[in-house]
Design a protein around this ligand. Structure first.
Ligand SMILES: Cc1cc2nc3c(=O)[nH]c(=O)nc-3n(C[C@H](O)[C@H](O)[C@H](O)COP(=O)(O)O)c2cc1C
Length: 209
């Protein structure tokens, strides 16, 4: 698929068919993710992949209220059918360590050097490559958040170490018809280029927001 088509076609899919996804597709998605840029080539990411029905069930059990599991809404029903769940994780420790190495030299590992959490940014860039790989494979995918009150349970259930933080979660699967779960783009327009593009200077007061 042409790159521009991958970009144009990508959107978050929240309703899947039960058809399995080939393991080679998952492998390709993760391999592509490792080609994401990372600060200092730290590559402080890790990807928990759940691709058996039992593991995927464990995911939803760990992140969902039992009452919601018993009577899932359209979002949950569509998402739970996705045969693959990937949890991209980022490691702040890996960046502090990497930048203390001789070619970087920030031996104090001072966190004040990191006004932007590059570890999360890099995991997000890797995540986009996973989403784009799904599009290129003719599949659907969705990046979404983990409810904060569920994070500890997720860590326990899947053995995610303290040195890694899950930045979100990605479902991948064969697309099914939208079931009223199209998401925000159905309710608000894409911002026009003039709104987001600031050539040379950000502009006056009218451009302040
Ligand atoms: C950081 C992040 C968190 C998101 N969290 C959720 C979520 O919790 N649930 C959900 O259904 N979609 C979630 N989305 C998907 C967005 O709603 C979606 O990307 C946005 O509406 C634009 O639509 P599109 O990606 O289909 O173009 C999230 C996306 C991002 C990038």
């Amino acid at each position: 698929m042409e790159f521009q088509d991958v970009v144009r076609r990508r959107r978050m899919i929240r309703n899947y068919a039960e058809t399995p996804v080939d393991r080679s597709v998952v492998d390709r998605a993760i391999r592509n993710a490792t080609h994401a840029p990372s600060a200092g080539f730290s590559q402080g990411w890790g990807f928990l992949v759940l691709e058996t029905p039992e593991d995927v069930r464990r995911w939803w059990a760990a992140t969902t209220d039992p009452a919601d599991l018993a009577a899932p809404d359209a979002w949950l029903t569509g998402m739970m059918r996705a045969p693959v769940v990937i949890v991209p994780c980022s490691s702040k420790a890996a960046y502090l360590r990497r930048y203390a190495e001789p070619d970087k030299g920030w031996t104090d590992e001072d966190e004040a050097r990191w006004p932007m959490p590059f570890w999360h940014m890099d995991a997000a860039m890797a995540s986009l490559l996973i989403l784009q790989t799904a599009v290129d494979e003719g599949l659907g995918s969705c990046f979404f958040g983990i409810p904060p009150e569920r994070e500890q349970g997720v860590r326990r259930e899947f053995g995610i170490p303290d040195t890694f933080d899950p930045v979100g979660v990605i479902t991948i699967g064969h697309r099914a018809q939208d079931a009223g779960t199209a998401g925000s783009p159905a309710r608000r327009p894409r911002r026009p280029l003039d709104d987001v593009l600031h050539r040379g200077t950000w502009g006056g007061a009218e451009g302040a927001d």
